[in-house]
Each structure stands twice: as structure tokens, then as C-alpha cells.
Design a protein around this ligand. Structure first.
Ligand SMILES: *Cc1c(COP(=O)(O)O)cnc(C)c1O
Length: 392
């Protein structure tokens, strides 16, 4: 990415910041502080210290020998973000942003959460750094995800149910932004994906790029060359942009993002401003955000990080969809062949790899980002498979 794009917060026609003047002032200060610290050697050293000593990085790049032999095609490697402390890639970003919050003198951290995964990562980072933590969560979501609410409370966070609007993720974001505007002097808003107004998409990318920084070094050590494709699931787009970042300039490496077919923002979206930034958005005939659905709660979002919209428009990355059936099959096949239970989100990326690998020669390499572990999804998979059994 060029310097100009970073400064203006634009990725081609996408990105930017469309917010109230009050919020813009707060975001300008955040952008300035992020620019100041992101390449600061002390800051970087502290970030890498916590990733190593607390999160458990670097994560392995595992050759999936059994799955590869089963599919009889391209070699499949998994970048194991599931092995991070708290079980997914979200903690990379939470640690990075909380260190910035500390440098900016914040005493209080707030965040939005949908299914609760980002809320748990934020509450974890706040416990570690002794920060006061408030998580906004749609009232509907607090009911559906009662155990994650309890998890956040165990970690010392205050969870505020939001019943305004539809009581969903979007309403939780609005409440968090209102809190930020009212309390910006001591409060830091720790956003969970590569979405939102500038500087959030660039900041989240920066802290998630550790994924491809490591994977590139690892694949060169193991294979002596770059992969033919990098595959990642896409919700708001943070694990995917982190997995793509260090390959963006290697034109021979295909970058493939995988969406649920019922939340296919990149495949079916149109350019529009939603939640304070311009990106591809799923709209209905009247021009309102279209309701999305995914069996993976972390992918159930009608918007997408602006850089992905740009990568799609320029053709540098490809975006595909998979069905719930393919995801469930991928989940089970990975469990049986490799002894790994993937998050349902990650199983989207695996499902596409399962489709692609047999069409490629055995000398090809696919690098799949395994964004999280699936323990959280076991009960849901149990129910879905029982229903399938009952239907059959
Ligand atoms: C939250 C989550 C995602 C989706 O978010 P992105 O910002 O698109 O990465 C994917 N996988 C897991 C395991 C998650 O927890």
C-alpha cells in the first residue's frame, strides 16, 4: 500500500471516514497516534513480546498430509491461528490496539461484539493490562450467546446489552461510538475487524499482518517457494487481510477470500456508505442493508473491510462463496483426517480448499488460514447434524 492511501484512508474508491465532526476529531487524533507508534521500535518490541510470551506465537504452519493424500491434489498447509491463546486470530489485534490505548493514556477500553468472540478477546487484553472494560452487545445477541457474556464477566468486563434498533451488532457499534464521543478523553474504542472509518481498517490490518509475515517465512523455509494460493474466510475481513498482506505484491500468489453464500458481501454487494466508511454493501431492492445469515456467527455481517472491496475491484484478490453443507462437510473431514476441529468460520476457507486442491497438480501449494478453533461450535454442529439426520 502506498503512503498516500494510508494517510487518506482510501483504498481506491473505498474506505474514508463519513462521521460527525465530533467523532472525526477523535478519529483524527487516533490516526495521528497510530502513525506515530506503528513503526516505533519500542512499541513493536512490546507488541512482539506479548504475542510471544502471552499469545504463544509464532503459530505453526502445519502440512496437512492426510487431507492432502485424501484429496489427491495440491499440498495443503494450515496457518494455525487456532493455537493462539483464546483460540483465534482476534487476540493479535486486541493486544496491538490495547498497547496503543496505553500509550495514548486511556484508562478505559470499550468494544462492540456480535457473537462475543471479539468481546472475549478485548476483555482478555483488558484483564492482562488492568484496564476498565465495557463491551456493547445487541440485546438479542446477549440472549443467544449467554455463555460468552459470562466469559467476558469472568474476565472482569462489564457487558451492556443494547436494545435500541434491532438489538444487533450494528446497534452495539452505534452505542460504542456514542460512548467514545462522550468520553474520548480517557476512553479507547478497540474495534474488532478491518472495517469502520479510517484509521481502523489500516490499524487492524497492521496488527493482523503478523499472520502473513510469519507464514511467508515459514513456507519459504519448508518449500523454498511461495504458495500458489492463500485462502481465508471473510467476515469483516481481518484474518483475510492479515493472511494476504505480505503476499499482495507477489502477483503469482492467488489470494482467495471465502464468504458464506447467504452473507456474500463481496460477491453480491454494491458500493455504498455504511457504518461510516465506503465499501461494498449488501442492499435490498429499497437500498437498505440486507439481512445476512451464516451458520458461522463471526461471518454474519452485511459490510466488508474497504481494502477487500478494492482488491476485488482491481482483480488482485478473488472472492468465492461456499454453502452451509460444504462447510459442515469440511468441518468433519478436517476432524477425521487431521484431528483438528476448526471454527465454523475457518471451515469456509477449508471447504474451498477441498474444492480447489483436486483440480490442481500435486506440485501446487495451498496455504489456508485456520483462523480459529472449533470447540465453541461443537454443540451447534451436533444440533445441525442431528437435524440433517432427522431430515434424511
Ligand atoms: C471473528 C472471526 C472471523 C471473522 O472475522 P474477520 O474479521 O473476517 O477475520 C473468522 N474466524 C474466526 C475464528 C473468528 O473468530
Amino acid at each position: 500500500m502506498s503512503r498516500v492511501e494510508v494517510e487518506q484512508g482510501y483504498f481506491g474508491q473505498f474506505g474514508g471516514s463519513f462521521v460527525s465532526p465530533e467523532l472525526q476529531e477523535v478519529l483524527d487524533r487516533l490516526a495521528e497516534q497510530f502513525e506515530r507508534y506503528k513503526d516505533d521500535p519500542d512499541f513493536k518490541e512490546e507488541y512482539l513480546y506479548y504475542l510471544r510470551e502471552y499469545v504463544g506465537r509464532e503459530t505453526p504452519l502445519t502440512y496437512a498430509r492426510n487431507l492432502t493424500e485424501h484429496l489427491k491434489g495440491a499440498k495443503i498447509y494450515f496457518k494455525r491461528e487456532d493455537l493462539n491463546h483464546t483460540g483465534a486470530h482476534k487476540i493479535n489485534n486486541a493486544i496491538g490496539q490495547i498497547l496503543l490505548a496505553k500509550r495514548m493514556g486511556a484508562k478505559r477500553v470499550i468494544a462492540e461484539t456480535g457473537a462475543g468472540q471479539h468481546g472475549v478477546a478485548t476483555a482478555t487484553a483488558c484483564a492482562l493490562f488492568g484496564m476498565d472494560c465495557t463491551i456493547y452487545m445487541g440485546a438479542e445477541d446477549t440472549k443467544r450467546q449467554a455463555l460468552n457474556v459470562f466469559r467476558m464477566e469472568l474476565l472482569g468486563a462489564k457487558v451492556v446489552p443494547v436494545s435500541k434498533g434491532q438489538g444487533r451488532l450494528k446497534d452495539a457499534v452505534d452505542e460504542a461510538l456514542a460512548d467514545l464521543v462522550a468520553n474520548y478523553e480517557d476512553t479507547f474504542y478497540l474495534l474488532g475487524s478491518a472495517v469502520g472509518p479510517h484509521p481502523y481498517p489500516s490499524m487492524v490490518k497492521h496488527f493482523q499482518s503478523i499472520i502473513s509475515e510469519e507464514s511467508k517465512r515459514q513456507i519459504l523455509e519448508k518449500e523454498g517457494r511461495l504458495p500458489d494460493a492463500v485462502i481465508a474466510c471473510v467476515g469483516g475481513g481481518s484474518n483475510a487481510i492479515g493472511a494476504f498482506a505480505h503476499y499482495l505484491e507477489d502477483e503469482e500468489v492467488r489470494l482467495i477470500g471465502v464468504e458464506p453464500d447467504q452473507a456474500a458481501t463481496l460477491t453480491e454487494g454494491v458500493p455504498a456508505v455504511l457504518h461510516g466508511f465506503r465499501s461494498l454493501v449488501l442492499l435490498d431492492e429499497r437500498g437498505n442493508p440486507r439481512p445476512t445469515y451464516s451458520i458461522a456467527a463471526g461471518l454474519d455481517y452485511p459490510g466488508i473491510g474497504p481494502e477487500h472491496s478494492h482488491l476485488k475491484e482491481t482483480g488482485r484478490a478473488e472472492y468465492v462463496t461456499v454453502t452451509n453443507e460444504e462447510v459442515l462437510e469440511a468441518f468433519q473431514l478436517l476432524a477425521k483426517t487431521e484431528g483438528i476441529l476448526p471454527a465454523l468460520e475457518s471451515a469456509h476457507a477449508i471447504a474451498h480448499a477441498i474444492r480447489l486442491a483436486p483440480t490442481l497438480g500435486r506440485d501446487r501449494i495451498l496455504l489456508v488460514n485456520l483462523s480459529g478453533r472449533g470447540d465453541k461450535d461443537v454443540e451447534q454442529v451436533f444440533q445441525m447434524l442431528n437435524e440433517q439426520g432427522a431430515d434424511a
